[in-house]
Design a protein around this ligand. Structure first.
Ligand code: ZN
Length: 71
């Protein structure tokens, strides 16, 4: 006794990162956003896209706002 047990290595990632960088594509010197921001929540909150009846509907996972895509 007395000897300390070696701590189990905790997994470094507690939760999955949102990987927001995936929502951007670099075109030359410009940064293009692939996704729209939520008008309610502001920049940083992306809208998810879902196809419903051949319409693309964006929805916010934060405030549950949804809007159809304007053409
Ligand atoms: Zn929102």
């Amino acid at each position: 006794m007395g000897k300390k047990k070696e701590r189990k290595a905790k997994s470094k990632t507690k939760h999955k990162s949102t990987q927001k960088y995936k929502y951007y594509t670099v075109e030359g010197e410009n940064l293009k956003r692939n996704k729209n921001f939520c008008p309610k929540c502001g920049p940083g909150v992306f809208l998810g896209a879902r196809k419903i009846n051949d319409k693309i509907v964006y929805y916010c996972g934060n405030c549950f706002l949804s809007q159809e895509k304007k053409e």
